[in-house]
Write a protein that binds this ligand. Sequence first.
Ligand code: CMC
Length: 385
Amino acid sequence: MPTVAGGLEGVVFTETGVCFIDGTVGHLLYRGYDIQDVAEHLSFEEVAYLLWLGKLPNRQELETLHGQFAAERDIPSIAYDVIDALPPNTVPMDGLRTVVSFLSGTDPELDDNSADANYRKAVRLTAKAPTIMAAVHRRHFGLDPVIPQPTGSLAYNFLYMLSGQEPDEFVAQTLDVALTLHAEHGMNASTFAGRVTVATLADMYAGVTSAIGALKGPLHGGANAVVLKMLQEIGDPDHARDYVNNVISGDYVVPGMAPRRVPGFGHRVYKAFDPRAIVLRGMSKKLGERAGDSRWVDISNAVVEACAAAGLNEKGIYPNVDFFSASSYYTMGIPESLFTPVFAIARMTGWTAHIIEQQSDNRLIRPRADYIGEKGLKVVPIDQR
Ligand code: CMC
């Protein structure tokens, strides 16, 4: 008889060379490189190259990648028409999912799952994601899209396309670091969804569309926006302890979050401080100091203390990557509705790296469920039911 692993916890379905996590000590490696080293020394573009090709680019290889990104950044005009046609209430993550799915029909290499074609599709999808997001966001406010620039990093271009203004250099660099921190994270729910989809030999766009759908939920990438709601509700560091205690006791549920859950805390794998949260905490502090407004990082730190005082650390529950992202993005001036899309833009690299890996040595992914329903029932004619 099979044993049930609720939530597939502890189940290993494949070998991978993309990412290593030791959650007991908070250790994360991208293709062998420690995340602290990655965050300090690599640009998002270098990380993309590393994840896709398994090695760091030299100067010329990086320049070539910058050129490929620049060439692939804009989306076809029919994709702008699709964005125009989105129902007004469409949230940005759903806009991204819809447009990525739509773009499958414009990719001449859709059904070519060779390593070379998959690399080019990964570049295309990653280059276009910020353009789609910025256009969906501007459309929501009745603004025309801003066409991407041929120069500058992906982070710079995203900020530029949001406002149509040259972004602050420090903010663009800080966003670049945030993107590197979100680029990859092993067999998380969205990456798994993407791998399951392409393991049927469906194409990369199908896999990424599945992954975007999975990332949206508040137990996964959607948590960062819920964290901001919580910080705004708390409003003052002195209110954090009562607020957190009410959430943990179940007396209050943070809007959009499951009962008794503090958003931005807890992780299936980490039972120690998430190493990405350490970098993001420093980022949030620096951004607050620079903006002359440390309120959001102060409230965040008060929540961390309140959770520790409530005994969550003893249960292995610490801040995860979504916690300090909220105060960081907010202080950068990124609208809350784009918090999870920023995660999606970054994770496009990890998703596509895993899709390439899956397709290089594929086996259909197909678990089982333990049946607990009835057996032996007979169909009763409809007028006797
Ligand atoms: N606040 C309070 N208690 C928690 C939390 C939390 N955020 N997370 C887990 N717990 C408790 C939970 O109540 C349970 O306690 P008990 O054993 O007494 O019933 C125990 O920890 C184990 O919880 P679980 O639901 O079995 O853990 P899981 O591995 O299935 O869930 C999680 C992981 C991330 C869904 C969960 O920690 C959670 O809901 N966190 C809040 C949402 C969030 O921040 N999500 C982002 C995840 S990390 C980045 C990403 O993927 O986007």
